[in-house]
Design a protein around this ligand. Structure first.
Ligand code: ATP
Ligand code: MG
Length: 241
């Protein structure tokens, strides 16, 4: 469908179109469309804008990724459909590999996503020889690099897996519009923002911050308080309602 740009819900409809296209191409799970609906509801309440608390978290997340010795970015079907190209750009700036992880895993879905990502970026990890402890199903399968990574950026992640990664003592950066979800509550840094804004914002921050000293980056991370940030997001929702 051709969406008229003047439509008041143009951006939101465009996102839906991208997901439906991904579904038709065989790599977005039908359940992914439902997950987007849950996110949209929160985004509506955040005025579909990056609020100050989210920008602050995005800056801290970039600082943590720049400080990391072995960062990794996890990508699922929704992430590939909504910002595949941008996530590759971010990974390139951070010199960081990407790994595909699917809640509703099929080999076919994984291969389509891999092909899509490889158009923009070659550092996509595929050799999964390790298992995340305390997690069932194929979601537990990861590469050796992922298994040992010190920081994992996990956009639109399920609560179980986020929790299992925190238990492995990784620093976990979540992107999740629901500040109350288990993923949001368990992460080291939570970006309560739509991924379609969060990743481009992180690219801008990464370009600005990549030459900062270790001390400056550490100060940014140290001054960030995730519990307070989540409280700010929840208070924003309360005020809005
Ligand atoms: P949890 O498993 O953490 O308790 P959940 O079961 O409610 O959370 P899932 O279905 O596992 O949620 O994952 C979807 C999450 O992703 C939701 O919290 C939703 O708000 C969020 N989400 C969906 N679309 C987007 C988006 N475009 N940008 C950011 N977050 C999104
Ligand atoms: Mg869940």
């Amino acid at each position: 469908m051709k969406l008229p740009k003047y439509h008041p819900r143009y951006e939101s409809l465009k996102i839906r179109e991208n997901l439906v296209k991904g579904f038709k191409e065989g790599y977005v799970a039908i359940n992914g469309l439902i997950a987007q609906g849950r996110g949209e509801c929160f985004d509506y309440l955040f005025n579909e804008k990056t609020q100050n608390f989210a920008a602050e978290a995005e800056r801290a997340a970039v600082a943590l990724l720049l400080l990391s010795k072995s960062p990794v970015i996890s990508v699922n079907g929704n992430v590939a459909a909504l910002c595949g190209r941008e996530i590759c750009k971010l990974a390139k700036i951070l010199k960081c590999p990407i790994e595909i992880n699917l809640f509703y895993w099929t080999k076919e879905r994984e291969e389509i996503i891999e092909k899509k990502l490889r158009k923009f970026y070659s550092n996509v990890l595929t050799e999964k020889t390790k298992k995340i402890p305390n997690l069932d199903s194929k979601r537990a399968n990861v590469s050796e690099y992922f298994y040992n990574a010190d920081v994992a950026l996990i956009p639109l992640e399920d609560g179980d897996r986020a929790e299992a990664l925190v238990k492995m003592k990784k620093n976990v950066i979540a992107i999740d519009l629901n500040p109350l979800s288990r993923t949001s509550q368990n992460a080291t840094i939570t970006l309560v923002d739509n991924i379609v804004r969060a990743i481009p914002n992180m690219i801008t921050f990464a370009e600005e911050m990549k030459n900062l000293s270790k001390d400056e980056l550490e100060r940014i991370v140290k001054n960030f308080d995730n519990k307070k940030n989540l409280k700010d997001a929840i208070n924003f929702l309360k005020e809005k309602i």
